[in-house]
Design a protein around this ligand. Structure first.
Ligand code: DGY
Length: 348
């Protein structure tokens, strides 16, 4: 699909993206925009090489694509200088390869913070109250009357929420769980989450002044402290060499038997084979997963686990956010081409 065919700069988007603002931005700024209409979900390196062609100024790509030396050198040869991932995560992008080829890289932080945190909160609730199991039970026509034991789950109020990685998204999630469900906080991060700590302190004081049990917070010295103490644990680290299989058999073993583990970051942060084993032998342990180690696949056995809620990487999937991500990605590419600032990770 081609927009503004006579535009001076050739920009390629490897996928169609929500909204029209990003299209207007590019076409109003002298870009010829080509949107790939290929039906298959995940494009190969060869597919993208064909899209880049002989002349291309910038590309908007997706987290499912492998942006390394081959693509960045091809983009350089085609005269390109700009690439933006339509995602905040950029573990699919070899930033050093981009730098070597003189390609600026952008990502799309900020616009997806609350949406992603809301999905992590949804997964926490769905796991705690066994929503998916109960829904399937209803649809199967199995409900034949109220019972004291039917789908008994966990009450969040007064329990402890554990956050591993208290950056933008982790902190937004923590606030939702603390304010929404009066949970106490334990978090682990290399950096101090000062604003989050201030929020919990102030909220605790507010509760106390109103005659309620105040919420508390603790910055854990080790990740293990969070895993041992928290009732609901949400993972929000960046995926890199240091966070690959952060959740491994040893760490699963120290978690509470009735804990809930949520992951809306990146799949490889959890050793998924070990997780399936853990779910099998600990039926009261529950997980809420938005991401998987080998997307789009799940490791064998996961789909059969009643104590797992699984959704297909939709954490940022609200209309407002996806349109915002598309707009930021377009701005990144346009910025580089036109010499305006590029959004995203300041190191890129
Ligand atoms: C991201 O932005 O990194 C998410 O995984 C997709 O929204």
């Amino acid at each position: 699909e081609v927009w503004n065919p006579s535009g001076k700069y050739r920009v390629v988007s490897t996928k169609s993206m929500p909204g029209t603002r990003w299209i207007s931005l590019l076409t109003a700024n002298d870009c010829r925009l080509e949107i790939c209409t290929e039906k298959k979900t995940i494009l190969s390196v060869d597919d993208i090489l064909a899209l880049i062609g002989d002349r291309c100024d910038g590309v908007i790509g997706q987290l499912t694509e492998d942006w390394g030396e081959v693509l960045f050198s091809a983009l350089k040869r085609a005269g390109g200088t700009a690439f933006s991932n339509m995602a905040v995560g950029y573990n699919n992008v070899d930033v050093e390869a981009a730098n070597r080829n003189g390609i600026a890289v952008g990502n799309t932080p900020g616009v997806l913070t609350e949406t992603t945190a809301e999905l992590a909160a949804s997964l926490s609730l769905a796991a705690a109250r066994r929503i998916v199991e109960a829904d399937q039970f209803m649809r199967a026509g199995l409900y034949d009357g109220w019972l004291p034991h039917l789908f008994v789950g966990n009450l969040l109020k007064g329990q402890t929420v554990g956050v591993i990685g208290a950056g933008r998204i982790g902190s937004a999630y923590a606030r939702m769980m603390i304010e929404g469900f009066k949970m106490n906080l334990i978090y682990y991060d290399l950096y101090q989450a000062t604003r989050l700590e201030k929020f919990v302190t102030a909220y605790g004081q507010f509760l106390k002044a109103n005659g309620e049990q105040p919420v508390t917070w603790k910055r854990a010295a080790t990740m293990e402290d969070v895993l041992r103490e928290a009732d609901v644990i949400s993972l929000h680290p960046v995926l890199d060499k240091t966070t690959y299989h952060l959740i491994n058999p040893e760490r699963l073993a120290i978690m509470k038997k009735e804990a809930i583990l949520v992951n809306a970051s990146r799949g490889p942060v959890i050793d998924e084979v070990a997780l399936v084993e853990h779910l099998k032998v600990n039926p009261m342990f529950r997980v809420g997963l938005d991401v998987f180690e080998d997307e789009p696949y799940m490791k064998p056995g996961l789909a059969d686990m009643k104590n797992a809620v699984v959704v297909p990487h939709i954490a940022s999937a609200s209309k407002w956010t996806r349109e915002g991500m598309a707009t930021l990605a377009a701005l990144n590419v346009l910025g580089k081409i036109k010499g305006y600032p590029v959004w995203g990770n300041p190191n890129l």
